[in-house]
Design a protein around this ligand. Sequence first.
Ligand code: NAP
Ligand code: COA
Length: 267
Amino acid sequence: MQNVFKDQALAGKVAFVAGASSGINLGIAQHFARAGAKVVIISRSVEKIAAAAKTMTDEGFPALGIAADVRDYAAVDAALKQAHDTYGKIDIVISGAAGNFVAPALGMSANGFKTVVDIDLNGTFHVFRACFQYLNRPGASLIAITAPQAVNPSLFQVHVCAAKAGINMVTKCLAMEWGPAGVRVNAISPGPIADTEGMLRLATTPEAERAVKARIALRDYGTKTDIADMALFLSTDNAKYVTGSIIDCDGGAKLGDAGADAIGNFG
Ligand code: NAP
Ligand code: COA
C-alpha cells in the first residue's frame, strides 16, 4: 500500500483550493504543494491570495493565486477554467471559504445571516457545481470543509450552524450523484484549530480558550497540519472507497461536552 504521508504522495496531481489565502485552507494548499501537487488557490483579496501563492512559489512549488469571490458563480467558473488552462486538468477540489462572527439571532440582520450562508453553503455548491466539467474523471476527489456546528446547535452561531448543516447535505447528495462518474465527495469537520481566524473569533481570550479545551475529549486544539493530513489521505487512492463521508478531525468536539463532570465519573 502506498504511504500517503510520505513525500510526493500527490505527484502529478492538480489541486484547486477555495478560501486559501490564510488559515486551514492555506495549510492544506501548502501541504499539497509539498506532496507534489500543482496548486491553484482562490479568495476575495487580490493582495492576500497573491501573498499566499508566493509562500509556495518561494519554496519552489508551482502555485497560482486567483482573486475570486465564491458567492459569484461566474467568477468561480472563470477561476476553475484558468486553473484547468494553466495546468491541463484538475484532480482535487477543496471548498473551504467561510465567514463567521458571533452574534445572537436577534442581533443579526437578514443580510448578516444571508452573508454567511452565501459564502459557506452557496459558495460550496458553486465551487463543486462549476468544477465538474473540469475534473479529471474518474478518480477526482472533492472535499468540503464543514464544522461541528453542522450537527451541534450552538449559541450565537445560527448562521454557521445552518450553512454548515447544508454543506454536509451538499456533500452527501453530490457523492450519490457523481459516484457513478468516479468522483468522490467528502467533507472534513475540523474541531478548534490553533492559530486560525476562526478560533480568534470564537474564543477571544486566554480564559475562553482554556474553557474550550477543557470541554474537548483530547483537551487541546488541533493543528492546521492535522487537517491537511486528513485532506491528503482523502485525496489519494488510499481513500478510493470513501465517499459521502463527513470525517471528524476534532479531538472529540462533536461528541459534546467532555468537561470536568465527565472526568469525575472515573472517580
Ligand atoms: P480563515 O483563515 O479566515 O479562512 C477563510 C478563508 O476564506 C480566507 O482565505 C478568506 O480569504 C476566504 N474567503 C472568505 N470569504 C470568501 C469569499 N466570499 N470568497 C472566496 N474566499 C473567501 O479561517 P479558518 O479559521 O482557517 O477557517 C477555514 C475553514 O475551516 C472554514 O471553512 C471554517 O469554517 C473551517 N473551520 C475552522 C475551524 C477553526 O478552528 N478555525 C473549525 C472548524 C471549521 P479572503 O479574505 O482573502 O477572501
Ligand atoms: N455581528 C452582527 N452582524 C454582523 C457582524 C457581527 N459581528 N459582522 C458582520 N455582520 C453583518 C453586517 O452588519 C452586514 O449586515 P447589514 O448589511 O444588515 O448591516 C452583514 O453581516 C454583511 O457584512 P459585510 O461586512 O458587508 O460582509 P462581507 O461580505 O464584507 O464580510 C463577513 C463577510 C461578515 C463574514 C466577514 O466577517 C468576513 O469577511 N469573514 C471572512 C473571515 C472569517 O470569517 N474567517 C473565519 C472563518 S470560520
